[in-house]
Design a protein around this ligand. Sequence first.
Ligand code: ADP
Ligand code: MG
Ligand code: ZN
Length: 748
Amino acid sequence: MTKQTLKEPITDPITEIDIYAKLKEIFGFNNFKGSQLHVIKSIMSGNDTFVIMPTGGGKSLCYQLPALITPGTAIIVSPLISLMKNQVDAIRNFGVVSSVAHFLNSSLARPQIKEVQDDLLSGMTKLLYVAPETLTRDDRIEFLQRLNISFFAIDEAHCISEWGHDFRPEYRRLHPIIKAINPDAPILALTATATPKVQQDILKTLNMQNAKTFVSSFNRPNLYYEIRPKPQDEKLLHKQIVKFLRENEGKSGIIYCLSRRKVESLAEMLQLNGIKALPYHAGLDPHIRAENQDHFLMERTDIIVATIAFGMGIDKPDVRFVIHYDIPKSLEGYYQETGRAGRDEGEGKCIAFYSEENVQKIQKLVKKKPLGEQEVALELIDETVSYANSSTCRRINLLQYFGEKYTLENCNNCDNCLRPKPKVEAAQEMELLLETVLAVKQCFKAKYIMQILLGDESSQIKNFKHNKLPQFGEGADKSELFWQAVIRHSIIENLLIKEIETYGLLKVTAKGQKFLKQPYTVMVSQDHDYSSDESDDPDIVDSVNSVGLGGADKVLFTMLKDLLKQIAKKEKLPPYVIFEERSLEDMTIQYPITMDEMKQIAGVGSNKALKYGQPFIDLIKVYVTENEIERPQDIVVRSAVNKSGLKVYIIQSIDRGIPLENIAEAKGLSLEELLHEMEIIVASGTKLDVNYYVQEYIDKTHQEEIWDHLINCENDSIKEALMHLGENEYSEEEVRLMRIKLLSDYGQ
Ligand code: ADP
Ligand code: MG
Ligand code: ZN
């Protein structure tokens, strides 16, 4: 029984070079992210280690890699049963045998448990995922005492703290149990929650005050933050959302709502609009809930509409957007929820809808809580409100909240930085507003005041004869959005207060009274109007400096993605567990056609390459041959022979006056790609006589207008041309084609 190795802390016979080699071999990465390497070295040298790293920072690797390369079994405590399976699936895919990782929780049947235990005893299992409640059983503890434990990892460690946003009582009991299993094995605690209070609580509860602590920056440069005013009219709001989803078709996204009812009705509305969306909330049948989550992970649905019950530990790396239908209750929650976007460092748009009424609703709910909790909750809401209302960089605000300083003035990836809110002088309007509040004896809410200002004769206003007030209709020359901004500003500036006790009646403060006596300049920043019907809104969505997905070769990317989905389906695994999108993307650039080349693809280790690479290699091989693609490797060798068959084919076909659509189809290209090829051809000095096509397909006046613009403009940017000509009227293809004609006619 007395195993020699039992009580030994991990020794460190492995060098840094080895660790890098393993990183490449097992996970297919060339470099560590952030503090990963230091964390790994720390835990492998037997130190208790505390890791604070934002969502998407790569915490899993901090325990997966050392677990795989040190003797013994690492025990990973993870809070959610439903997610353990995913984690285990993912890690099994990095290894060769499935016994390398197991989980133990209440979902397993007896024979399965037996199998896990056998593998553990035989030493095959390097990672054992457990739920905290599983650990508390005495027979489990006895069994685990017999194992050689390399270290304990406590994922989502903030669950230990009541000050965190997801307290779980079972986590409190972890420390004595861990010590009973193996008092010497080091502990690795990991969390994305950074408030100092929670940090202290974790260290104390796990008795690891001497832990080496690694705090990463909370900045997520790839996330784009935007707050939109929430239209009062729900239909308009839904229109905005549907529009956004259509523009982002095929991408994975999460929409968070506060209530279960909203989750269901919104999911249904989206389905009615032909969008692949499913609901998720704690009130759903557990079976359906698990299924919906699975559909999302497996990419059988694009959108999950959910309460905040959804998301913790969801490791889907390619969630492309997170929409907050309602404003979150705290900034911390907002940060966590938005953090689920773009974990792979690709595109991640975070859009939250904000309205005063929403805030009041939350405040009302808080008022039902015990007094002790109310204060904290209200404070948290206030912080969210001021974040939403701020007209300065969102990133600076958010990071400040986590005690971090962001040194740049403009992050270039939030609404306030990309499209600063226009400011207008509004002293007169402010006066009018305050006077109106006084005129109705400070007994009405913002919405009512606004109606008076706008001259809206509601029955309530008529009842009170407020349509006879001198202020009635005095602000009708301004929009509702404008008045919202003025009211908001008056509250921020403490000229008005909104009484919570009376659910939001507006009162003039002493400072407000003073202002009335002696008005001074006020600059009010105005919200952008997102509710305009048509797509004439300058595309905020496109202005994001996103990492465009789809790779260099969009056709191939789509083919690879389809193949991936097929294989995933067969293997019953989420697609990204097999290959992440950015690996596919890399394939569209490198065109790997041998196993060795496949192993070099970003995110593909040798095991994964051997396990899943072949069908991708086969597909790419055929694709490369059929389309006579010059692979980057080839170009070096064959640069002299620049007569790519595809180009010759295109030149000959155009000579013969074949419609472009037919040429594209014959070569399996989209029109877009064909145009691209043609651009390369003319740029390299070969004439393409596209007149036959231009005359037939482009309207005469369009031809002239485009020609005029191209001839006279300084640069040849298509985007600029479209902007100048009008994106609604002119198509990109037209402009590109005309440019090809121009280059052909004049460029030679
Ligand atoms: P966290 O648990 O911190 O939220 P994950 O462990 O789920 O984050 O990792 C997020 C993403 O980062 C995953 O897609 C993962 O594959 C990727 N990742 C982790 N480490 C690296 C690395 N060293 N290089 C590149 N990508 C990495
Ligand atoms: Mg994680
Ligand atoms: Zn910014």
